[in-house]
Design a protein around this ligand. Sequence first.
Ligand code: MG
Length: 325
Amino acid sequence: MTFSDSLTAPLPLRIVAGGTTRSASVRNALDALADDPEPVVDVFIHDAARPFVSPKLLADLFAALGKHPAAAPALPVVDALWTGHGERVTGLRDRSGLYRAQTPQAFRFDAILNAYRTQQEAAADDVAVALAAGLEVAIVSGEETNFKLTYPQDFARAEHQIKERSMDVRTGNGFDVHAFEDGDHVILCGVKIPHTHALRGHSDADVGMHAVTDAIYGALGDGDIGQHFPPSDPQWKGAASEIFLRHAVELAASRGYIIGNMDVTLICEHPKIGPHAADMKQEMGRIMGMDTDRVSVKATTSEGLGFTGRGEGIAALASITLVTA
Ligand code: MG
């Protein structure tokens, strides 16, 4: 394998030798594409010194190429412009209609190839070549984050930007059990279900919601439901467990996280969960401010084994993913 092969494998990239100027390098690449057996329709010409180009910017440029032979990103100049000599301001310049150019600059391939083939002198960028050939160039809104790495301090800014972008993903699990006692209904994942028994607990004993709440505290590394809402505190007697779940979701939000998805499994022989699962999903999604396609509520029996099998109570197991907002 040659050195250039090793650089491009496994990507379908081709390396073209550069020229003595930027324009000559671009010209070489365009000539190489012109020889391609597959006809090239559009071409994007980019400076590697701008490593933060976003998929959105590429999509915007591509869309602009549908209407124009050329399109390039730019940002309007917002600072006042002066001329100066030495350390003295010598005059002012009108900034209206002035833009800071970025790359990638996008072209219909035939148009920019012809422009380069008729251009003799080196140009500052590809838009300059296009304009010299009389091509109309559309301005697409550039991005401040798509800056050019030129000075040493630009690398510090780049490092900061990479850190900001890097996504922190956390997972947490929660497990809870509540025993049956006398009563005529249970509350599971916020839904009241008629039953031969109730669940015993200091609050409304919503075992599913408690497991989910604990999973969030777990992902945050911040204790459990009992620490945040001590059972010894009379104010939580009979409380709706929604209070606990909301607290955990808000705590996650205050630390910069949103909930990627949640999954809870209820373990019992009775009541049957299936007929209520859709309502539970809806209710959990409402409380947590999540789309229901990110919420899962499911159930299993324990095949008659153990305390859940003997109908002594209900257990719940939950998983949560937190991602940086
Ligand atoms: Mg509990």
